[in-house]
Design a protein around this ligand. Sequence first.
Ligand code: C2O
Ligand code: CU
Ligand code: CU
Length: 458
Amino acid sequence: LKPVGADRYEITQRETVLEILPGIKTPLWTYDGTFPGPTIEARRGRPVTVTHHNRLPVPTVVHLHGGRTPPESDGYPTDLVLPDGWHDPGHGTHMHDPRAVVTRLTRDYTFPMDQRATMLWYHDHRMDFTAPAIWRGLAGLHIIRDDAEESLGLPAGSRELPLVIMDRAFDGDGGLAYPALDPSLRAHPGVHEPYLAGVLGDVILVNGAPWPVHEVDAARYRLRLLNASNARHYDLEAVTEDGRRLDLVQIGADQGLLAAPVTHQTLPIAPAERYDVVADFSGVPVGGLVKILNRLGSGRTSEVMAFRVARRGADDSRIPSVLSADLPAWNRSDAVRVRDFSFRAGQMNGGHGWLIGGLPFHPARTDVTVGLGDVEVWRLIADVHHPVHLHLAGFRVLSRGGKPPLPRDAGLKDTISLRPGESAEIITRFDGYRGRYLFHCHNAEHEDMGMMANLEIG
Ligand code: C2O
Ligand code: CU
Ligand code: CU
């Protein structure tokens, strides 16, 4: 993607036909014709403006996930970018939002980038329609870099690989199959069934390609993982042909570098989570294959991708034992308030829905008001698996099920994977901007079916 000027990007959202499965044409909704969308490269402290033009047949909303963004650029679900010729800005939003910003065909989103270096992602966030829009292709990466991270000597250049993992299903014509788009399902009672739990696909894509095999040197690689699936959870492992597991050395979380590396044998990743890991292929013979497997999958969904070690290679990269010293260290005693939120199934508009604190999302209701600068502890409890995401404020995990956090909870997060029946405590300081933000389940179907709430920072 070419910046159109200093830290300015232009993206046209449009329908594009791409070949994802060999020899098969798949119509997608894209950011600028690519899937995933173009990767935006940013420097910490240098604001980025992205102008989005909507040439899709539907309204859209762009959200930078993990961004510390003023509310007017955060992509509130009713803050639409309209397609040309769309005359009803309320369409598709069955609930009146008195604060809905009036909409336009093109809009600038401004991101201050006043935050830690990390890998963010941008995706559609239109109310009630986020899941099918992401499914059809509206997601891309946004990487923030800084000098401190670059001075560490981590694997870089062609040995740094952002990996966007997602599952998709295809219909007989090569189109993406999304249950809600299939008119035959609408006629059935229990129409929600195919997507109540979240939509899964049987094809695993990495950076838009099915089960890719990537050639690597026998050296260390930095793998920047994002689970951009609507609803699929993975438990990743890297396994050689002779059945040996390679360590996945975690160096970063959703919101940037950890204080110190954490070594995993297997790494669970929920929708919207990012893990920054280093894998060392130096012990793998030239010609050897390392498969990235998904222990939660079955059949072909148990495989994600593979690395083919193509050649030996000099390697002067390293993983320092101290990665960063600027992680916020909030204590329970800093918190001015403790709040409880349940994430559970319930009734919504007479049908099945997913609720926070017993309520489905409503844009005109403020669910939580916090003071600017306040530190709070939030206790979250889930009925089934819910990856809970908070806009604006990165958080630390304080506990899970009354016990200390897990190794994978290290660092600064913006999404926490709550397991069935599990409770967890997170702590954060709500600073940066005043205004209206969101928190929600990042199972995209749960989000569309009500599991989202408004947070007002006053
Ligand atoms: Cu990744 Cu509110 O979303
Ligand atoms: Cu977000
Ligand atoms: Cu959920």
